[in-house]
Design a protein around this ligand. Structure first.
Ligand SMILES: *Cc1c(COP(=O)(O)O)cnc(C)c1O
Length: 427
């Protein structure tokens, strides 16, 4: 009789396959809700493309100055329509998420202004942008000061602290949607909306920017639907759909986005210049695919959470709570398990599957770090990937998967590697 275990040829044992099938049966209602959100977002993106009359002419490349690049300008209108903003800047010249955030901050803060983060410490790479860690060309060097209000121990907003921190010089509030690699809850769009409304009550002309990385299309609404003046992210993550080979985006009010365009190119030039070379088809197609890609990644994250939780590992978020980004943390408790997990993710990859990830030193970390990724786009974390520092509690951060089936194989193979080295046992 033919085995039902489609994954046997990848080394998945029949016992593991059967165990995973049982876990997956219990997740069907959850997966149906993820699909429903994807369907809503797919229609939102499709409508944005139709309303802006995307056609084959939009895909032809431009060179040099990039004057009259209709495809580039149309793509920006598509993003603006999907995010319900007045304007958008979507460019290969925004080289990554950090760059897009740096442009958005640098363009809208002037010497003497103060930047406020009411949600604790921002993503690591922003520390140098802001000047929390000294760096040439930081906002601090240009005379922009920074304040931070921590989240309360229960993850709530410190309303009194935020009110007290907003002063005459407070110009811009930066709100990070995803927990990133911090141990705090990811913010739902609804909570971001409450926070923005509060800040604007404290100071009506304050600008609110949301670092939207890893959050796009996880919910039917985006932070721009609840009052954000700018939402900013990377096309090497969710909205690139795994197809965009480069890029970042800033969607927001026209005054904010105009300033971003002047900062990115030059005052007076703004959005008029910037050749898009030959990346537009991938940017359009990636954005079109992104709602479904994000759904696949979310299913992989929920599956990993339930599976590892069922074996007694601590997982964040847990297998039942609502999700507002695509990142899954699993506390593995030993270096050996962390390495095995990453080996499994790597072995499941379509690219570089034969490579064995090994822990290595990384700038900015006080311990070795292991990373697993076999991606079409270098460093892409909407593609299946995992990493973690080799120090207690040996947590792995796992995200992505261009298709649900690939994410499923990756999660199963990670556990198979743990079973093989005795790091876990099936009940
Ligand atoms: C990834 C990420 C960034 C930075 O994006 P890069 O493309 O890696 O520069 C910023 N903030 C958050 C929350 C992120 O997840």
């Amino acid at each position: 009789m033919k085995s039902e275990n489609l994954y046997a040829s990848f080394g998945i044992s029949d016992a593991l396959y059967a165990y995973c099938s049982e876990i997956l049966n219990g997740l069907q209602p959850r997966f149906a809700r993820i699909d429903a959100v994807a369907e809503e977002n797919q229609m939102k993106v499709l409508r944005a493309m139709q309303q802006n009359r995307v056609d084959a002419a939009c895909f032809s490349g431009s060179t040099g100055y990039g004057y009259d690049d209709v495809g580039r300008d149309t793509l920006e209108r598509v993003y603006a329509a999907a995010f319900h903003t007045e304007a958008a800047l979507v460019r290969p010249q925004l080289v990554c998420g950090t760059h897009a955030l740096s442009v958005a901050l640098g363009a809208n803060l002037l010497p003497g202004d103060e930047l406020l983060s009411p949600v604790g410490k921002p993503y690591d790479t922003l520390e140098e942008v802001i000047g929390i860690r000294e760096s040439p060309c930081s906002l601090k060097e240009y005379g922009v000061t920074y304040r931070q209000v921590e989240l309360l121990p229960d993850g709530g907003f410190d309303w009194d602290g935020i009110r007290a921190a907003i002063g005459a010089r407070t110009k811009l509030v930066t709100i990070q949607r995803s927990k990133g690699y911090a141990m705090r809850p990811t913010l739902s769009v609804a909570r971001i909306g409450e926070l923005i409304a509060f800040c604007k009550r404290c100071k009506p002309d304050i600008l609110c920017m949301v670092d939207n990385c890893y959050g796009e299309f996880v919910e039917p609404l985006e932070p721009s639907d609840v009052g954000a003046d700018m939402v900013v992210g990377s096309l090497i993550k969710n909205p690139g759909g795994g197809l965009a080979p480069i890029g970042g985006y800033i969607c927001g009010t026209k005054p904010c986005v105009d300033r971003c365009a002047y900062r990115l190119s030059a005052p007076g030039l703004g959005q008029e210049v910037g050749a898009s070379l030959n990346v537009k088809t991938a940017m359009y197609q990636g954005f079109f695919m992104a709602p479904v890609t994000v759904a696949g990644a979310l299913k992989g994250a929920v599956f990993a959470a339930r599976l590892y939780e069922s074996l007694g590992f601590r997982v964040l978020p847990d297998g039942t709570e609502p999700r507002y980004d695509i990142i899954q943390a699993v506390e593995l408790g030993s270096a050996e398990r962390l390495v095995a997990f990453c080996e499994g993710i790597q072995a499941a990859a379509p690219v570089d599957s034969y490579v064995r990830p090994v822990p290595a030193p990384m700038p900015g970390y006080d311990s070795d770090v292991i990373m697993a990724a076999g991606a079409f786009v270098q460093g892409s974390s909407i593609e299946l990937s995992a990493d973690g520092p080799l120090r207690p509690p040996y947590s792995v951060y796992f995200q992505g998967g261009l298709t649900w089936y690939h994410a499923k194989l990756g999660v199963m193979l990670s556990l198979q590697k743990l079973l093989d080295c005795g790091g876990a046992v099936l009940p």
